[in-house]
Write a protein that binds this ligand. Sequence first.
Ligand code: ZN
Length: 307
Amino acid sequence: MQKQIQRQKHHHQYSQSNVLFRLVASILICCIAAAILGLKAGNLSHQLKQTEGQLALLTLETEKLKGENDALQKKYNETQKAEKAQPAAKQSEAGKAAQKVAYLTFDDGPSPYTETLLNILKEHDVRATFFVVGNNVVKYQGVVQKAYENGNAVGIHCYNHAYSSIYASQTAFFRDYNNMKELLTSLLGSSPTLCRFPGGTSNTVSEHYGGAHFMQNILPQVTQMGMTPFDWNVDSKDAKPSPASVQAVVRNVVNQARKYHHPVILCHDTKKNTISAIPFIITELKNLGYSFDVLSQNAPACRQNPA
Ligand SMILES: [Zn+2]
């Protein structure tokens, strides 16, 4: 009996120490696990920080790419827009060349008929170009100013129309020319840029008075002065000694002008029949699809002598 009690006591002691051992072991395991978890957590935190950094870098990279993409898109849109606009510009240039524009030009004036002509042009909403003569400008200054104020172009023909005088020498020519330039500049407030030589750029009368190659010698000098010389491709033939009838002037102009997209029509506002022919010429050419404009440095060139 006593032996049994003692065995039980030993067993109890053994159980107690066993429980203690288990407790200590459990605590140890917990500590180790905590240490491992702590290490892992430390690692995870480090990794998280690294990932956050990478994410920030990626965000920056994405924003940079987005910016580049926006810039490229903008450039692409602009290119598309320019490509779309280009054919329109080409078309408008082609359209401009295809447009039929008539240039009425009047030499040798002003005259007693010029004011009537200005009224006719205004009534028809047409502007023309006047290559005036200095001696006549002095007589009809108000008419020249009115022509200019109405939107017509005024260019140099010559001061003194006598061929023997103007084409006597280069010195004589440029003296006449500069006198004319000064006269128009003071009268109109702006320097003329257009001119038409008496007889045109291919005249031979200048060689008769001033020697061989007279026009070839003066032409480059005139263009260097910033002047644009214009001839004509349609002659109204109104300058003949025997006056051309109104019908003849209309017929001469319309029959030749219809052959050109840009007819430059030679008339003289010193001829009464020409003034009477102008309303018919305007109506006929408008019916044929022509508009009217003044000559300018931008107008298509019209030169018989290209020198
Ligand atoms: Zn003339």
